[in-house]
Design a protein. Structure first.
Length: 283
């Protein structure tokens, strides 16, 4: 089975063409290719599937084999994959995900996509649609005690749950200690949540560190960036167009004032391509 490892600001995913080959036992396969001792070091696995409602369908799996909803960086890298591997010659794509239909624009040099702009849809703040236990109509800056600290947490979703909190110094913050605790805070989040710790530098710049549920700290997350921007804008901390600095680099994020949609722009690149014997897993 051939796979491609691709990266977009820290999100390393294994991409598998599931259009031209039938794959069974996808949950077991996801655990197999995502296992860090296997030396792939992936945040998860993405299957590229046919779609009846879009150009392609994206199925995304976490390292523990569970299926996830949507990740902005995985979405952008998938778009680069299908263009670079000649599955399409279109530079404007629609991608079907569990989080809805996503729209992506590719910027091409030669025969490769070198930059990708993704519209990951409208952020959802309605607690009827986000799995959080709170009586507030919107879950914005709710004070929550985590271990020895109190945070003001905002929950945002594009199909996959995220929460964000603003702190003074992300560089010296114990992301592992508090990220893991918040991820498992089932009295607030019946389902595990991704956690974004954000520091506002000024009206146009944010720094973040991201804790990904089931994985740990990652050096970048597209949807985590958009989560931070959404929370920063609605609380008056920043403008609608913001540069978000992650450990893995800077992602340009903009919240469109009229449509409510979130756009992000930044490169993705292929790390390597290889072939593995997964016959015992997928047969």
């Amino acid at each position: 089975m051939k796979f491609t490892k691709m990266q977009a600001y820290g999100n390393d995913y294994v991409y598998i063409d599931a259009i031209n080959q039938k794959i069974n036992n996808v949950n077991e396969l996801a655990k197999f290719v995502s296992d860090r001792h296997f030396a792939i070091g992936s945040d998860g696995m993405v299957l590229i599937c046919p779609s009846q409602v879009a150009d392609f369908r994206m199925r995304m799996f976490n390292p523990d084999g569970t299926e996830g909803e949507m990740c902005g960086n995985a979405l952008r890298s998938l778009s680069k994959y299908v263009y670079d591997h000649k599955l399409t010659n279109k530079t404007n794509l629609t991608i079907e995900t569990l989080g809805g239909i996503q729209r992506v624009e590719l910027f091409v040099e030669g025969d490769k996509a070198v930059n990708i702009k993704a519209n990951i849809g409208q952020p959802i703040l309605d607690t009827k649609k986000i799995p959080v236990n709170t009586n507030l109509p919107e879950f914005i800056e709710q004070p929550v005690k985590i271990l020895d600290k109190e945070f003001k947490i905002t929950a945002v979703s594009w199909g996959n749950p995220h929460c964000v909190m603003f702190i003074d110094d992300v560089a010296n913050f114990d992301v592992h200690k508090y990220g893991k605790e918040i991820e498992h805070k089932i009295d607030l989040f019946p389902n595990k949540t991704n956690v974004t710790f954000a520091q506002v530098i000024d009206k146009n710049n944010i720094k973040i560190r991201e804790w990904e549920r089931g994985t740990g700290e990652t050096i970048g997350c597209g949807t985590g960036c958009c989560t931070a921007v959404t929370a920063a804008v609605i609380t008056g901390r920043t403008n609608r167009k913001v540069s978000v600095e992650q450990i893995g680099g800077i992602l340009e994020v903009e919240w469109d004032e009229e449509s409510g949609n979130m756009f992000m722009k930044g490169p993705s690149h292929t790390v390597f391509e290889a072939e593995i014997d997964a016959s015992s897993i997928i047969s």
